[in-house]
Ligand binder design. Structure first.
Ligand SMILES: *Cc1c(COP(=O)(O)O)cnc(C)c1O
Length: 464
């Protein structure tokens, strides 16, 4: 058996990337106030900011675009899409949206509202924002192992069932319109949820008559992890496993910008026809007619084909193995990485990477900046820049200080990954000389997107 896993595709169309000098990167980074979101993408060599909407489409997807039916109502492309989603999920009502958060917005406008509680293994930030915007409270119930970045566990994405039952008993089942499982659990490191946990969540919710929804963005990656790690699933196809996951639920929201392998698209699917009716009315107001939901017919075609291709097991093997390869290269050189390696990204543990930089000097931001300067790699801080808060002059740090290196689907080859690992290892070697950062400007909400930063002097980093 050969050990090398090759990319399961040939390249038919290429997009050049721009090489730059360190001096040039220093200049544009200063002009972007040391915020990587404010860089021009053309000034980035390897862009690991997100895996969302950044996938390369296949030749079959590009061909499907031509077949898009752009009829306003009753488009042929919708019925093809609906058939594939129903076959995958078994859910009765399929409502296309332009991306995941549009599905969330519509769902929580219908089922949310003041006084309601929405539990989740961990809410993704747009999910939390939509829950809270409706007036409801978003509650995260990850298992405690999820916070230990150096401990291996097969299914760190699981929801804590004891905490879920305690919550239901405390607030009352009538306050909980639904419970969500996010697969894979993005916010704790792209970690999978086991079928056992999905089944037990379902059984618990049945006792209290509460519906279960999946935030299904990375359903195929989750299903593949189940096949690799959960006893009894090794001989099932990933499609069968995905179908079994969905069969435990009453509905799902989906960002097809992830496991739909498209640059734009999403959907809401659910069994409850009364809720679906209300959702379609809202859809017409903000997204479009229910047979296109904010998308062109051609986008529906590409998404339909993407949902089929993502279940190809050669693709998934390459996908999961190549992220693991990236993470293992770093681990071998002692770089502190969250383990096990997640499905869509490698997460650096910034607290262990830069122990001399305290949370209020933003160690994750410091590493992200250095990786850009060293080799033009763009990543994202997921720590106190994103989640930290100043409350009455008191700094509240995020629980974890992480830097996420998210890998776009089918975009980069092994040598791109080798290069990225080399750059990160270089940065790690000179970690003792990396200063902390301070924020010089921040907006009132979602500050990570537009905040301005400034490096501290080394003496200052050591003395705060
Ligand atoms: C990306 C994402 C969303 C939101 O989807 P968009 O298409 O970006 O609106 C929701 N949940 C999870 C887990 C995600 O990763």
């Amino acid at each position: 058996m050969t050990k090398t896993i090759i990319e399961p595709f040939k390249i038919k169309s290429v997009e050049p990337i721009n090489f730059s000098t360190r001096e040039y990167r220093e200049q544009v980074l200063r002009e972007a106030y040391y915020n990587l979101f404010l860089l021009k993408a053309d000034d980035v060599l390897i862009d690991l900011l997100t895996d969302s909407g950044t996938a390369a489409m296949s030749s079959k997807q590009w061909a499907a675009l031509m077949d898009g039916d752009e009829s306003y109502a009753g488009s042929r492309s919708f019925f093809k899409f609906e058939k594939v989603v129903k076959e995958l999920t078994g859910l009765k009502n399929v409502i296309p949206t332009h991306q995941g958060r549009a599905a969330e917005k519509i769902l929580f406008t219908v089922v949310g509202g003041p006084g309601k509680i929405i539990p989740n293994n961990t809410h993704f930030d747009t999910t939390r924002a939509n829950v809270e915007f409706s007036g409801s409270t978003a509650v995260d119930l990850p298992i405690s192992a999820a916070l230990e970045t150096d401990k291996y566990a097969d299914f760190k994405g699981n929801i804590d069932l004891n905490k879920l039952e305690d919550l239901i008993k405390r607030v009352g089942a009538d306050k909980i319109p639904l419970c969500i499982l996010t697969v894979t659990n993005n916010s704790v490191g792209g970690q999978p949820v086991s079928m056992k946990n999905i089944r037990e969540t379902r059984a618990l919710l049945n006792k209290y008559n509460i519906p279960l929804f999946l935030d299904a963005c990375r359903f195929a990656e989750n299903a593949f992890f189940i096949k690799l790690r959960e006893p009894g699933y090794e001989n099932k196809s990933v499609k069968e496993i995905a179908q079994e996951m969905f069969s435990c639920t009453d509905g799902c929201t989906m960002s097809a910008k992830k496991d739909g392998l498209v640059n734009i698209g999403g959907f809401l699917a659910l069994n409850n026809s009364a809720i679906a009716e209300k959702a379609r009315s809202l859809l017409i107001m903000t997204e479009g007619f229910p047979t296109y939901g904010g998308l062109a017919g051609r986008d529906l075609e590409a998404m339909t084909q993407g949902l089929v291709e993502v279940l190809d097991e050669d693709y998934l093997k390459y996908r999961i193995r190549s992220i693991e390869y990236f993470g293992n290269k770093l681990l071998k050189e002692g770089v502190p990485v969250l383990v096990p390696i997640g499905g869509h990204a490698v997460f650096l543990d910034a607290k262990r990477f830069l122990p001399h930089v305290p949370s209020h000097a933003y160690p994750g931001q410091a590493i992200a900046v250095e990786m850009y300067l060293e080799g033009g790699i763009r990543s994202v801080e997921i720590g106190s820049v994103m989640f930290g808060k100043e409350v009455d002059g008191q700094f509240n740090a995020a629980q974890l200080e992480l830097v996420r290196l998210a890998v776009p689907r089918r975009v980069y080859t092994q040598s791109h990954i080798d290069y990225a690992a080399e750059i990160i290892i270089e940065v790690y070697k000179r970690r003792a000389k990396i200063p902390g950062y301070r924020i010089t400007y921040e907006p009132p909400y979602l500050r990570h997107f537009t905040a301005h930063f400034e490096p501290m002097a080394m003496e200052e980093t050591h003395s705060i």
